[in-house]
Ligand binder design. Structure first.
Ligand code: AMP
Ligand code: ZN
Length: 476
C-alpha cells in the first residue's frame, strides 16, 4: 500500500505520489516561525509533525528537499524592534537561533533550507511585478500594492480552493492591509505595504516606493525560488489554511509560472492545534508553555517529542503536565527494553538491511504510518513489540544474535520516531569516588571494605554491577 495522506485541497485521504516520480526528490515546504519570541509547544506540534512526515518519506526511500521559511519581518516583529531599540537583524537573529536550538532539543531534522524573508526581497518584488503585469495586482491610493481577487477570478482561477467560502461574502470588495483576517472574508490583501512612520527603519526600496512585503507573498516567493513553481507538499498548522495558504495559492497560480495543468502545490497537509483546557495554545491567550519552560521543569526534549507525537496530526489534543508524566513512564518502559537488548546482544549489533527484508515489526510499523500517518497505530505496534520482547527476554530464550536483530529493528523504526537514546545519567563525583574506593579495596582483596562501600553507595541510591568487562554504576 502506498503512503496515503489527507489532502486539504480535495478534503480527502489520497495516495501520495511525487510530481516528478523519476527525479527521486520530493519538494517539501512547511511554513516556519515568526521570530519575535520563543516558540511555544503548540507551534512545535506542527514542526514535530512536519519532521515525522519528512522522516517517514525518507524511510520510504524518498529524497526530501525540506524548506522552512523564517518570517523575520512582520507587524509584531516591527513593534518589538521599536520597543527594544535593537536592529531588525539583531532582534530576529536571537529568536531564530533560539528556534533552531529548540528544534534540536526536540530532535527535529534540520530543514535543508531556512530562507529568511528579508533575504528574498528581490524575488518578492519580481513576483509582485509579474502579478501587476498580468493585471492582478494594483497600487492603491495609500501607495500599497494589493491583490485583486476579482481580477484573479477573471483569469479563470479559483479563490477558495482550501476553504469553502460563503457566497454572500463574495460581494465584498474591501481591502485588508493586515496579514490575517477572517474566514469568508474576500477582501483584497496586501502584497507590498507602503512605509508608515511606525515601521521605523524597517523598509526597502521598491518600484512602488519604500515599504515592506506582506506575509503571504513571502512564502510564495521563497517556496517557488527554492522548489520551483510546482512542488509536492506544503504543510502548516490548520490556522494557516485561510487566509495564508489560500493567498499563497492565489499569488503563485496568479503569476502563471506553472506548466499547464499543474498546481502550485500537489498535496496540502494541515496539522490540528494543540489545546489547553479546550482552547488553542497561543501567545495571545497566555496559556502556553515554551520548550524551555518544560526543560526548566526537568523534562527532556525526547519526552516532549513523545507527547507531541502521541496524537494523530488531524486531531486536536489537550496538553497537560500529567500527560507529559504518563509519556515519561511509557518512554522509560521502552528504554528499559532497548537497554536490555543492547546488553544481551553484546558489542556487534546486526545490520538492519542485512537481509533487505523488513521484519514483521518494521513492516507493521511502516504500514501504520502509510495510513495517513496513523501514529496511534504505530505506537501500538511499538508497545506490542516491547511486551513481546520483554517476554522473550524474561523467558531466557533470546540469544545474542536475535537480540541484535531486534535492536537493529528498533533503530530502524526510531529513524522515523526520533526518540534517540535515553541520555546517560550524570554520576555525581562523590559516587564516582566511592566506586574507585571499592575497586581499590577489591584489588587489595579487602572484601569487608568493598562491601561497606557498596552499602554506602546503596544508601545514595546506586548499585554496582560487576561483569567480565568491569564494574558499572547503575541507579537503584
Ligand atoms: P507562527 O510562529 O505563529 O507563525 O506559527 C508557526 C506555526 O505554528 C504555524 O504553522 C502555526 O499554524 C502553528 N501553530 C500555532 N499555534 C499552534 C497550536 N496551538 N497548535 C499547533 N500548531 C500551532
Ligand atoms: Zn507560509
Amino acid at each position: 500500500m502506498p503512503l496515503r495522506l489527507f489532502n486539504s485541497l480535495h478534503r480527502q485521504v489520497e495516495d501520495f505520489s511525487p510530481l516528478e516520480p523519476g527525479s527521486g526528490s520530493v519538494g517539501f515546504y512547511c511554513c516556519g516561525p515568526t521570530v519575535y519570541d520563543f516558540g511555544h509547544i503548540g507551534n512545535f506540534r506542527t514542526f514535530v509533525f512536519a519532521d515525522l512526515l519528512r522522516r517517514h518519506l525518507e524511510f520510504r526511500g524518498h529524497r526530501v528537499n525540506h524548506v522552512m521559511n523564517i518570517t523575520d519581518v512582520e507587524d509584531k516583529i516591527i513593534r518589538q524592534v521599536a520597543a527594544t531599540g535593537l536592529g531588525l537583524a539583531e532582534f530576529t537573529g536571537r529568536y531564530t537561533e533560539a528556534f533552531l536550538a529548540d528544534l534540536d532539543t526536540l530532535a527535529c531534522r534540520r530543514p535543508h533550507h531556512l530562507p529568511k524573508a528579508t533575504e528574498y526581497i528581490p524575488q518578492i518584488i519580481d513576483l509582485i511585478q509579474r502579478l501587476e503585469r498580468r493585471g492582478i495586482a494594483y497600487r492603491a491610493a495609500d501607495g500599497s500594492v494589493y491583490f485583486s481577487i476579482q481580477k484573479y477570478r477573471g483569469c479563470g482561477c479559483r479563490y477558495g480552493q482550501l476553504v469553502t467560502l460563503d457566497p454572500e461574502a463574495q460581494r465584498r470588495t474591501e481591502r485588508v492591509s493586515g496579514d490575517t483576517y477572517d474566514k469568508d472574508d474576500l477582501a483584497d490583501f496586501a502584497l507590498w505595504k507602503a512605509r508608515v512612520p511606525a515601521d521605523g527603519s524597517v523598509f526597502w526600496d521598491s518600484p512602488w516606493g519604500e515599504g515592506r512585503p506582506g506575509w503571504h507573498i513571502e512564502c510564495s516567493a521563497m517556496s517557488m525560488a527554492l522548489l520551483g513553481p510546482s512542488f509536492d507538499l506544503h504543510l502548516g498548522g490548520e490556522d494557516l489554511a485561510f487566509p495564508h495558504h489560500e493567498d499563497e495559492i492565489a499569488q503563485s497560480e496568479g503569476a502563471g509560472l506553472q506548466q499547464p495543468g499543474r498546481p502550485f502545490v500537489k498535496h496540502w497537509v494541515h496539522a490540528a492545534h494543540l489545546l489547553v483546557d479546550g482552547k488553542k495554545m497561543s501567545k495571545s491567550l497566555g496559556n502556553f508553555f515554551t520548550v524551555r519552560d518544560l526543560v526548566a521543569k526537568g523534562y527532556h526534549g525526547r519526552e516532549i517529542r513523545f507527547l507531541l507525537l502521541g496524537a494523530h496530526y488531524r486531531e486536536t489534543f489537550n496538553f497537560t503536565l500529567e500527560g507529559l508524566e504518563a509519556g515519561r513512564s511509557a518512554l522509560a518502559r521502552l528504554d528499559a527494553t532497548v537497554a536490555q537488548l543492547a546488553e544481551r546482544s553484546g558489542p556487534a549489533p546486526a545490520s538492519p538491511t542485512a537481509t533487505g527484508v523488513d521484519s514483521p515489526f518494521v513492516a507493521s510499523f511502516g504500514e501504520a504510518l502509510d495510513d495517513d500517518l496513523n501514529v496511534s497505530r504505530a505506537w501500538a505496534v511499538v508497545f506490542d513489540w516491547v511486551r513481546e520482547t520483554n517476554a522473550a527476554l524474561a523467558g531466557g530464550t533470546l540469544g545474542a544474535a536475535e537480540a541484535a536483530a531486534r535492536l537493529a529493528d528498533w533503530r530502524r523504526v526510531d529513524e522515523v520516531l526520533g526518540m534517540g537514546s535515553r541520555p546517560a545519567e550524570e554520576i555525581p563525583a562523590a559516587v564516582h569516588a566511592l566506586l574507585e574506593r571499592r575497586q581499590a579495596a577489591k584489588a587489595a582483596r579487602d572484601f569487608a571494605t568493598a562491601d561497606a562501600v557498596r552499602a554506602e553507595l546503596k544508601a545514595l541510591g546506586w548499585t554496582v554491577e560487576d561483569s567480565k568487562a568491569g564494574s558499572r554504576l547503575k541507579r537503584l
